[in-house]
Design a protein around this ligand. Structure first.
Ligand code: GLA
Length: 397
C-alpha cells in the first residue's frame, strides 16, 4: 500500500473527526479543507544545525493533519484529536507570549502571519496525525509547517515554500522559545520521497541525495520521553556557543563552531572546560563524518555510510552525552544484526528513537531481534517501523 493511499484514508478520517468536534456548519462559513506535513528522521549531522554544519535528514510518511474551516468572525479555535484541551484566540488581540501548552506551536505560526492576515477570517482548526510527540521525529516542525501551509492556502497569502519554512522556524524560536537549528522545518518543507536532504546549515544550500534501491530506513522507538529535553537541548546549544567563543580567538576566520579546524581544538582545547571541549570534539568530528557519509552515499557505498552512523552514535553517547541506556541497547543490537549497515539515535536524544539503515531483505530479522533484546532488558516492546520517505506538505483530498 503506497504512502498516498494511507495518507488519504487518514485524511478522510480526520475530516470526520473535524465535523464531530465542530459540527457540520456551526458558526463556520464554507468547506472544510485538510492539509498534511510529514515528520523527519535525521541520519547524519547530529546537533550540527545550530553549529553551522551539514545535516542529512529524510522526511517520513508519518505526520500532522490540519483540518480547518473559515468562520464569520476573527476568532481562531484550535483543538487536537489527542486531548480535550482547546485554545481560542482573537486575531485582533493575539497573545504576546507562549503558555507552555501544545497550542503554542500553531499559535506561534498564526502570530507570525498576522501582519499579512489583517482582513482574514477566523478559523476552526483540528490537529491530528500519526507522528509520536516528543520522540525525536520532529512533531513540532511538522505541526508548524502544516499550520503555515494550511493558513497560506486558506487565507490566500501567496507564500513561497521557503517563506513557509521560515514562518515555521520563527514560531518555534521566537514564540515557543526553543533555540533549535534550521534542520527540522527544512527537512519537512523540502521533502522528496526516496531521498535524503543534504542541507548545509552555514549557508542553507541544499540538494537531494537518492537512497540506494534495496535499502530500508527503520525507526525504533524506546518509548522514553524526557520532560527535561528542552532544557538539556538549550544547554547543549549554550555549551557549543561557549566552546566557539573560546576557540574563535585561535581561528579568527571562523564564523561558527563548524568552521573551527580540528587541529585548533587539539592544540588549544586544554584551556576549555572539559565538558565544552567534549561537545566541540563531537561537533567537529561529526562534521567530518557527515561529509564522509555523503561521499559514501554518492558512491553507492551504503556499508560505509552505516559505519559513520555507528561512530556518530558512540560520539553522541560519550562526548555529547545525549543518549540513554534504552537507545544504546537498540543500537548495540542493530550493530550485531546481519544486513544492518548502521544505527544511531535521531533527533535531540534523551530518549526517543534510533534510526537504522539496513538491507530491505533483513527487515523482519532486524525487527525480531530488536524486539527480543529490548524486551529482555527493559520488559516492554519497542515500536519498530519502516519508512518510505514522503513527498512533503500538501493539501489532502
Ligand atoms: C532537535 C532540534 C534540531 C536539531 C536536532 C539535533 O531535533 O530541533 O534543530 O538540533 O535536535 O540534531
Amino acid at each position: 500500500m503506497g504512502t498516498e493511499v494511507v495518507t488519504d484514508e487518514l485524511a478522510a478520517r480526520h475530516r470526520e473527526a473535524f465535523t464531530q468536534r465542530y459540527g457540520s456548519a456551526a458558526g463556520g462559513s464554507g468547506a472544510v479543507r485538510c492539509f498534511y506535513a510529514p515528520g523527519r528522521v535525521n541520519l547524519m549531522g547530529a546537533h550540527l544545525d545550530y553549529n553551522g554544519g551539514p545535516v542529512l535528514p529524510m522526511a517520513i510518511d508519518r505526520g500532522t493533519f490540519v483540518a480547518l474551516r473559515a468562520r464569520t468572525d476573527r476568532t481562531i479555535r484550535l483543538a487536537t484529536t489527542s486531548s480535550d484541551e482547546t485554545c481560542e484566540l482573537d486575531l485582533d488581540h493575539p497573545p504576546a507570549a507562549s503558555s507552555d501548552r501544545w497550542s503554542d506551536y500553531p499559535v506561534g505560526v498564526v502570530v507570525g502571519l498576522l501582519e499579512r492576515a489583517e482582513d482574514r477570517p477566523g478559523l476552526d482548526v483540528l490537529f491530528g496525525g500519526n507522528l509520536p510527540v516528543g520522540a525525536g521525529l520532529s512533531s513540532s516542525a511538522s505541526i508548524c509547517v502544516a499550520t503555515a501551509w494550511a493558513l497560506d492556502a486558506v487565507w490566500e497569502l501567496g507564500l513561497q515554500p521557503m517563506q513557509i519554512v521560515d514562518v515555521a522556524l520563527r514560531a518555534e524560536r521566537e514564540f515557543v522559545g526553543v533555540q533549535c537549528g534550521i534542520m527540522d522545518p527544512y527537512a519537512v518543507g523540502l521533502a522528496r520521497p526516496g531521498h535524503l536532504l543534504w542541507l548545509d546549515c552555514r549557508d542553507t544550500s541544499w540538494s537531494h541525495l537518492p537512497l540506494e534501491p534495496g535499502t530500508s530506513v527503520a525507526v525504533a522507538d524506546t518509548g522514553v520521553r524526557r520532560e527535561l529535553a528542552r532544557g538539556e537541548f538549550n544547554l547543549r546549544v549554550a555549551q557549543c556557543g561557549e566552546a566557539f567563543e573560546q576557540l574563535r580567538v585561535h581561528a579568527p576566520e571562523a564564523t561558527c563552531l563548524r568552521e573551527v579546524p580540528l587541529d585548533v581544538l587539539e592544540a588549544e582545547g586544554h584551556a576549555l572546560d572539559p565538558v565544552a571541549r567534549a561537545r566541540a570534539r563531537h561537533v567537529l568530528e561529526e562534521v567530518q563524518r557527515t561529509f564522509e557519509a555523503r561521499a559514501a552515499l554518492l558512491a553507492g557505498d551504503v556499508a560505509s555510510f552505516g559505519r559513520r552512523m555507528l561512530d556518530a552514535h558512540d560520539s553522541l553517547r560519550d562526548l555529547f552525552e545525549v543518549s540513554v541506556p534504552e537507545l544504546d541497547r537498540l543500537v548495540d543490537t542493530a550493530r550485531e544484526t546481519p544486513g544492518v549497515h548502521g544505527a544511531r539515535l535521531t533527533g535531540a536524544g534523551f530518549g526517543g528513537c534510533t534510526v537504522n539503515v539496513l538491507e530491505s531483505a533483513a527487515e523482519s530479522e532486524f525487527e525480531q531481534r530488536l524486539v527480543r533484546d529490548f524486551e529482555a532488558a527493559f520488559g516492554r516492546r519497542p515500536r519498530v517501523e519502516f519508512f518510505e520517505g514522503d513527498p512533503g506538505p500538501r493539501e489532502t483530498p
